[in-house]
Design a binder for this molecule. Structure first.
Ligand code: DGL
Length: 268
């Protein structure tokens, strides 16, 4: 049995596009509906209850669009709301933390893993918990990087300022001797060249969002709900709550597509 309904992706802003990019590559038959709450981004420094409420608002928005699966393409929202949303909905719901943690465990040899994320993600300790559930002796070094998301949302990810901020922030890892670093925020892969340059070749970077798409692919098979090859291409829909111009610019730049359907919406 196949199912040509869309898969819904949500994020506080443009970060989830890093997951969408991978989904477009690995799952070209699938139709993607994306909601980015760019007006209220960043979520990272907000109180837990507010993040939960906003995540539910995006979830309901996608449910009204009749999605067959929801990907919480935001680490902060995953850390705070995944469990509740998963337990409430009767369609599959996927988060980005467990796939990121699993990939880090696969790659590390020294069992010293760094995790960078928003204040909300790092304070939740969800990465450390996910890693320790499988490998309790692994050392996990979490670092909140609250300056990264505003740089990405304002499309400055290739600027000299971005380089300076990345270098200064990641200096924290200089004595930690990690061999693997999880980019535990879906915005961060847009800063990957700078993060890579700072961390050097001895540290492997994990893109938690990209890892998630392999899980999405597996779940589509498990529930037998993959789209078939007759599903029309180019029907992806992007929704956001803030400035349309900057969202379109970043989406075109990152996804390398021009004829995008982008609609500005209001969430309650
Ligand atoms: N992209 C988001 C994440 O993965 C959150 C960014 C934010 O709104 O602070 O955590």
């Amino acid at each position: 049995m196949c199912n040509n309904q869309p898969i819904g992706f949500l994020d506080s802003g443009v970060g989830g596009l890093t997951v969408v990019k991978e989904a477009m590559k690995q799952l070209p038959n699938e139709t993607i509906y994306y909601i980015g709450d760019t007006l209220r981004c960043p979520y990272g420094p907000r109180p837990v209850e507010e993040i939960k409420q906003f995540t539910w608002e995006m979830t309901r928005f996608l449910l009204e669009k009749k999605v067959k699966m929801i990907v919480i393409a935001c680490n902060t929202a995953t850390a705070i709301a995944l469990e509740e949303i998963k337990a409430t909905l009767d369609i599959p719901v996927v988060g980005v933390i467990v796939p990121g943690a699993r990939a880090a465990l696969k790659l590390t040899s020294s069992n010293r893993i760094g995790v960078i994320g928003t204040i909300g993600t790092i304070n939740s300790g969800e990465y450390t918990k996910a890693i320790h559930r499988k490998a309790p002796k692994t050392e996990v070094f979490g670092l909140a990087c609250p300056k990264f998301v505003p740089i990405v949302e304002s499309k400055q990810y290739e600027s000299a300022i971005a380089k300076k901020v990345v270098n200064e922030t990641l200096e924290d890892f200089h004595d930690k001797n990690i061999d693997t670093l999880v980019m535990g925020c879906t915005h961060y892969p847009l800063l990957k060249p700078l993060i890579k340059e700072k961390m050097g070749d001895s540290v492997q970077l994990i893109d938690s969002g990209a890892e998630t798409v392999s899980e999405v692919s597996m779940l589509l098979d498990y529930y037998d709900i993959s789209a078939d090859a007759t599903n029309k291409e180019g029907t992806h829909e992007f929704f956001m709550t803030g400035s349309k111009k900057i969202f379109e610019d970043i989406t075109q730049d990152w996804l390398n597509v021009t004829d995008l359907s982008v609609t500005r919406v209001s969430l309650p």
